[in-house]
Ligand binder design. Structure first.
Ligand code: OGA
Ligand code: NI
Length: 381
């Protein structure tokens, strides 16, 4: 036990501080992280500070600006029919190695991307009392404003607010959206679904399956959005915009603005996903790693906090979470053989999803949730 010079010994509770009380206070403000910044704080509250054990498990090169050996592939999706073999090969290589790639000439107009980013910014920059009407932890809501959905489970809170919405298979009524981002979110969701279908077709072919195999498994059916806002942070080195995690879905399509901060873990090094104007970032999720019997890689990633300016990004998750599918998710039978035995066991969508969410975003990473479905123990995860 530590003692102060002759006075009261410091009890464990005193050292730990009343974290729950501070979490509640933050939650009840309904103002999110942006609310703290608007209040002019110079130091971040303790609930956002990465604890020492979290820092210790970080990777040694974190933040090393000379880390440039590897770059995330950029794939041109123009004329995917005419250039099929080339595009398919690039998608396959990226899905099997980096697990992340950027796409250009993807068919979504620049105007739509810009408007989606702007609408997200507009919502988060509304007065607190307007946003507070949408603030809730009620997961049954189809559109909601939140900060740290896993606030009470995670080891530290992230420097980020977001709007969550389910867009497919049962989208919200238009009136459920905040008017400042309503029309464009509906429009963008339509266009991103089309791109998702193209990607699932290419990924099916890359696995040697028929073009519509993944679509027939309903991979493109459930669609959920997060409209992220990462306010500028007065002490960015003490916290994270988004903790290290892999995505518990089939595939994610991410639209990011010019600010940067997204990094992926590749061969034990953090690699920046540099913003590329007009491009979209694609990554394989845990469910597709499982379906593909470990051929496609769902890679861990994170977002650094920054002190310069707010960052906006929009993630579209293709996920069965909000879609009552009865399909059993194990590795696809057609991919298995004597030489290629199953790496993962069969499971249900319900079990898979529950295991990914039971510890919150930062807590699910070590060991990764997907490791629970491995047939043989491996240290790889
Ligand atoms: C996510 C995510 C990255 C970003 O929402 O799962 O990883 O750049 N987002 O916001
Ligand atoms: Ni992610």
């Amino acid at each position: 036990m530590t003692s102060t010079g002759g006075g009261e010994p410091l009890t464990e509770n005193f050292i730990k501080y009343d974290r729950l009380e501070e979490l509640k206070e933050f939650d009840e403000s309904k103002a999110g992280v942006k609310g703290l910044v608007d209040a002019g704080i110079a130091r971040i509250p303790r609930i956002f500070v990465r604890p020492p054990e979290e820092l210790a498990s970080d990777h040694p090169n974190s933040g090393d600006p000379t880390n440039t050996q590897f770059t995330i592939p950029v794939i041109d999706l123009g004329d995917t029919m005419g250039r099929r073999a080339e595009v398919r090969a690039s998608v396959q290589r990226a899905a099997e190695t980096a697990g992340f790639f950027q796409v250009v000439n993807h068919g979504i107009a620049k105007r739509v991307l810009e408007e989606m980013l702007e609408a997200t910014r507009r919502f988060h920059e509304l007065p607190t009392e307007v946003k507070a009407e949408y603030y809730t932890r009620d997961q049954a809501k189809k559109v909601l404003f939140e900060s740290n959905f896993d606030l009470y489970q995670s080891k530290f809170a992230n420097w980020r607010d977001n709007v969550f919405c389910v867009m497919d298979p049962e989208p919200p009524e238009p009136e459920e959206f905040p008017p400042v981002c309503r029309d464009i979110t509906i429009e963008y969701a339509k266009q991103v679904r089309k791109l998702g279908i193209t990607l699932f077709e290419l990924l099916s072919e890359a696995l040697g399956l028929t073009t519509d195999h993944l679509l027939e498994l309903d991979c493109a059916k459930g669609q959920a959005f997060l409209l992220h806002y990462y306010p500028a942070c007065p002490e960015p080195q003490l916290t994270m915009g988004t903790s290290k995690h892999s995505d518990p879905d089939y595939l994610t399509i991410l639209l990011q603005d010019h600010v940067g901060g997204l990094q992926i873990l590749h061969q034990d090094r953090w690699i920046d996903v540099h913003p590329l104007p007009g491009a979209l970032v694609i990554n394989i999720g845990d469910l597709l790693q499982l379906l593909s019997n470990d051929r496609f890689k769902s890679v861990e990633h994170r977002v650094l906090a920054n002190s310069v300016e707010p960052r906006v990004s929009i993630a579209c998750f293709f996920t069965p979470k909000h879609y009552p599918s009865r399909i059993i998710n194990g590795p696809i039978k057609e991919l298995l053989s004597e030489d290629n035995p199953p790496v993962f066991r069969e499971t249900s969508v319900q079990e898979l999803i529950a295991s990914f969410y039971d510890k919150g975003i930062g807590g699910n990473s070590t060991p990764r949730a997907i490791a629970r479905f491995k047939l043989q123990q491996s240290t790889e995860y």
